[in-house]
Design a protein around this ligand. Structure first.
Ligand code: PHE
Length: 469
C-alpha cells in the first residue's frame, strides 16, 4: 500500500515547534492550579513521590508511545487508530480508543474553561489593586464571592471559550506557536520570582518539607466525613491520574500533536524534555504556594481555591504586586489557553477529516457543546453545591474531574501502551522511533509492555477495592 506520511492538517515547522506546542499543552492549570491543591489534600511529600514515580515509569514511556502512534498514523486519533489497527492487522475495536479520547477531551475542556475563567477574572482583580495589603481573610472572601456568583462565572467561562475557539478555528500554527514561544519562558521567570518571595516568608523550609518529606501515613489514611481515619488507596489513583492529566496523555492530544511532527525528529528525547519541563513548573508552583500557606495559617487542604487564596496575598505585599500579580494571571490564562486548544484538536481534526466540516464550523459546534456542559461546573460552586445535588459526596465538577482524570485518562493510556507494546510490530516501533534495538529501545519497550500497564491495572484494582495492601 502506498503510504501517505504527512497529515492533511499540516506539520510543525520543526522539532522546537513541536516541543513548544506539546509543552504548551502539558503545562497548564494542571501544574499551577491542580497539582498544589491535590498535593495539599493528599498529605504532601508522599503524594509528590508517587506522582514523580508515575511520571517517570508510566508517563514518559506512554508519552513516547502516544507521539509515535500519532506520527505513524498521521491523522486525527480516531482515524489514526483505525488506520494503524488495519496496518497492524489488529481488531477494528481499537478505533474506539480514539473515540474515548475525543469524549474525554470534550468533558475536560468543559470544566477546564470554567477554572481558566477564574484566572482571567483574577487578571483584572489583581490589576485593580484589590489585593494590595489584603489579609488572608480578605483574599479568601474575594474568592468566595466570585465563585458564589454564577453569572460572573458564566461571563468569564464564555470569554475563555471564545478565545480558545478562535485559535483552534484558525489552525494551531500561526497564532499560538508564536505566542507560546515567548509566554512560557516568561511564566517560568515569574514563578521563580514568586518562589523568591516565598523564600522570604520565613516558612520556606516548612513548605519544602511538606512537598519533599514523604509521610506515608498522611498518604494512606484520610479523614472521612465523621473525622475518623480510614485506610485508602485513592490518593495513589489521584497521583496516577494526575500524571496523565498534567502530561496531557491518554486522550489523543499528544497523539494529534505527534501527527504533525516531521519525520526524523527524536521522539524519545523530545518526550523527556517535555515531561521534565512540565514537572519543573509543577514543583516550582508548589514551592511558591506552600510557604505562603503556612506563613498565613491557611489550610493546605483547602481545595480548588488554593492558588486563588494564597498567591494574591503575596501580590498584595510585594513591591509592584499589582503588576506582577496581573502578569502572573495573564500567563496562567495563556498556559491554560495553550492546553485548552489541544483538548479539542482531536475532535476538530476528526470532523474535518471525516465529515467535510470546515475548521471553523467543526470548532463552533464542538465549542458550543463544551460551553453548555461547562454550566454544570459553574453551578457546582454555587446553586448545585449542596449535598442534595451530589453523587457519592461529589459535585458535578468533582465527578467530571474524577471520571476524566482518574479513570478515562489512565484507561486511555493503558490501551495506548497495550496497542503500541503488544499489537504493533516491534520493528514498526523501531522504524517510527528511528532507533535500533539498543539499550534505550529495550528499556522503553520493557517499561511500555510490562511496567506501565501492570502499574495502571494494580492502581485501578486497588482503588475499586479488589486488592488490599
Ligand atoms: N495538561 C494540561 C494541564 O496540565 C491539561 C490537559 C489534559 C491538556 C489532557 C490536554 C489533554 O493543565
Amino acid at each position: 500500500m502506498a503510504e501517505r506520511r504527512e497529515s492533511i492538517h499540516g506539520q510543525w515547522s520543526g522539532r522546537w515547534a513541536f516541543i513548544l506546542a506539546a509543552t504548551g499543552s502539558a503545562v497548564g492549570l494542571g501544574n499551577i492550579w491542580k497539582f498544589p491543591y491535590i498535593t495539599g489534600e493528599n498529605g504532601g511529600g508522599a503524594f509528590v513521590l508517587v506522582y514523580l514515580l508515575c511520571i517517570a515509569i508510566i508517563g514518559i514511556p506512554i508519552m513516547v508511545a502516544e507521539v509515535m502512534l500519532g506520527r505513524r498514523g498521521r491523522r486525527s486519533p480516531i482515524n489514526t487508530m483505525r488506520h494503524l489497527a488495519f496496518e497492524e492487522r489488529a481488531s477494528r475495536f481499537w478505533q474506539y480508543l480514539g473515540w474515548a479520547g475525543v469524549v474525554a477531551g470534550f468533558l475536560i475542556l468543559s470544566y477546564y474553561a470554567v477554572i481558566a475563567g477564574w484566572a482571567v477574572a483574577y487578571i483584572f482583580r489583581t490589576a485593580s489593586g484589590a489585593f494590595t495589603g489584603a489579609t488572608a481573610d480578605g483574599v479568601s472572601s474575594i474568592f468566595s464571592e466570585l465563585i458564589a456568583d454564577p453569572e460572573r462565572l458564566l461571563a468569564w467561562h464564555t470569554i475563555f471559550m471564545v478565545i480558545t475557539l478562535v485559535v483552534v478555528a484558525r489552525g494551531v500554527r500561526s497564532g499560538l506557536e508564536v505566542a507560546v514561544r515567548y509566554l512560557m519562558p516568561t511564566l517560568f521567570v515569574i514563578l521563580l520570582v514568586l518562589v523568591g518571595y516565598a523564600m522570604n516568608t520565613g516558612h520556606f523550609a516548612e513548605g519544602v518539607s511538606f512537598l519533599f518529606s514523604p509521610d506515608f501515613h498522611a498518604l494512606f489514611y484520610q479523614l472521612d466525613k465523621n473525622g475518623v481515619e480510614q485506610l485508602t488507596s485513592e490518593p495513589v489513583l489521584i497521583a496516577l491520574g494526575h500524571a496523565f492529566f498534567t502530561l496531557s496523555l491518554g486522550m489523543g492530544a499528544i497523539m494529534v500533536y505527534g501527527s504533525y511532527l516531521p519525520k526524523g525528529t527524536s521522539i524519545i528525547k523530545t518526550s523527556v524534555v517535555i515531561a521534565a519541563m512540565d514537572t519543573l513548573v509543577a514543583l516550582l508552583a508548589g514551592l511558591a504556594i506552600f510557604p505562603i500557606v503556612f506563613a498565613n495559617g491557611l489550610e493546605a487542604s483547602s481545595g480548588p481555591g488554593l492558588i486563588f487564596q494564597t498567591l494574591p496575598i503575596a501580590f498584595g505585599h510585594m513591591p509592584a504586586g499589582s503588576f506582577f500579580g496581573s502578569l502572573f494571571f495573564v500567563l496562567l490564562a495563556f498556559a491554560a489557553w495553550s492546553s485548552a486548544i489541544s483538548l479539542i484538536e482531536p475532535a476538530v481534526a476528526w470532523l474535518v477529516e471525516n465529515h467535510g466540516f470546515s475548521r471553523i464550523s467543526a470548532t463552533s459546534w464542538i465549542g458550543l457543546g463544551t460551553w453548555l456542559l461547562g454550566i454544570g461546573t459553574i453551578f457546582s460552586f454555587n446553586i448545585w453545591s449542596g449535598e442534595e445535588y451530589q453523587l457519592f459526596g461529589k459535585t458535578f465538577f468533582d465527578l467530571l474531574d474524577y471520571l476524566t482524570a482518574n479513570i478515562m485518562l489512565p484507561l486511555g493510556g493503558l490501551l495506548i501502551a497495550v496497542f503500541a507494546g503488544w499489537q504493533m510490530r516491534r520493528t514498526a516501533c523501531q522504524d517510527e522511533l528511528g532507533i535500533n534495538d539498543g539499550l534505550i529501545f529495550r528499556g522503553w519497550y520493557f517499561l511500555l509492555r510490562y511496567i506501565s500497564p501492570v502499574a495502571v491495572v494494580i492502581v485501578f484494582l486497588n482503588a475499586i477495592g479488589l486488592l488490599t495492601f
